[in-house]
Design a protein around this ligand. Structure first.
Ligand SMILES: [Zn+2]
Length: 258
């Protein structure tokens, strides 16, 4: 009888706690080792203040809750998952974004042969790829390239960010270098103009943007974004107009020194 009374008293409390937890949804625990890994390997995260770091962590957990990451003929650990999530969150950190066009990320050890995926995309050295057709909502990344993208404090190359920028570009239905969902319509024409001018410079060997960017507007947008996020000061200095357009695309406030 005594046990039953305790049960009657305790049950509502437990139920209330469970419901409260569900309702608030802010009890997601960010594993302590994740924080250490981000601090060690992701310079973008390291440079954030405490409140921004918390926001980044929440975005990472949200991303990992709806995207599955699979290892193919290799092994992956927490760091690889965090680097995929960081590649996804860095470009969209300043605004709400859910990657509806992504469900699975496959991680290969090194480069992979894109022909075996029967996709039309011709990605550089197949270090990364966004699927089309039957591979819709799938991304493939080389583990080696993923890690190399985050190996240096300042870097113009980041395969993970490159592929996620393709997904942003693709969100309006066309992977064409014009992210219509992100760029206010009034800036579309200047953006196209700056892109084509810079592509011309790349072709003439007069630009420090990766030559792969000259293959199409979509690739230009992706490689310029790698540079924009990985070496912003250098990018701003060398490409002020492009930089200011990309600040608009990625809703970034002009940098201010603390
Ligand atoms: Zn690409």
């Amino acid at each position: 009888m005594k046990g039953f009374i305790i049960f009657l008293v305790v049950m509502p409390v437990i139920t209330w706690l469970i419901l409260r937890r569900r309702k608030k949804g802010s009890y997601i625990i960010f594993p302590e080792n994740y924080r250490a890994l981000l601090n060690e390997h992701v310079s973008f995260y390291r440079q954030l203040n405490d409140a921004e770091k918390k926001r980044f962590e929440n975005r990472v957990m949200d991303f990992l809750s709806y995207v599955r990451i699979h290892a193919v003929n290799t092994e992956i650990d927490d760091l690889d998952k965090l680097l995929v999530a960081s590649s996804a969150i860095i470009p969209v950190f300043n605004f709400d974004w859910h990657y509806y066009n992504l469900r699975d990320v496959l991680i290969y050890a090194g480069t992979f042969n894109n022909e075996e995926f029967s996709v039309t995309s011709t990605e550089r050295d197949t270090l990364g790829m966004v699927g089309t057709g039957p591979m819709q909502r799938m991304m493939i990344l080389s583990k080696q390239a993923l890690r190399e993208g985050f190996a240096n404090e300042i870097s113009k190359h980041n395969t993970g960010i490159h592929e996620f920028v393709h997904l942003l570009d693709k969100a309006d239905g066309a992977t064409d270098g014009i992210p219509e969902e992100l760029l206010n319509k009034q800036y579309t024409i200047p953006w196209i103009k700056y892109m084509s001018e810079e592509i011309e410079k790349i072709k003439q060997g007069a630009s420090d943007i990766n030559v792969y960017g000259a293959s199409s507007e979509a690739e230009f947008f992706a490689v310029a974004s790698e540079y924009f996020f990985g070496a912003p000061e250098q990018f701003k200095e060398n490409h002020p107009e492009l930089f200011s357009m990309m600040e608009k695309i990625f809703h970034k406030q002009p940098a201010h020194k603390a």
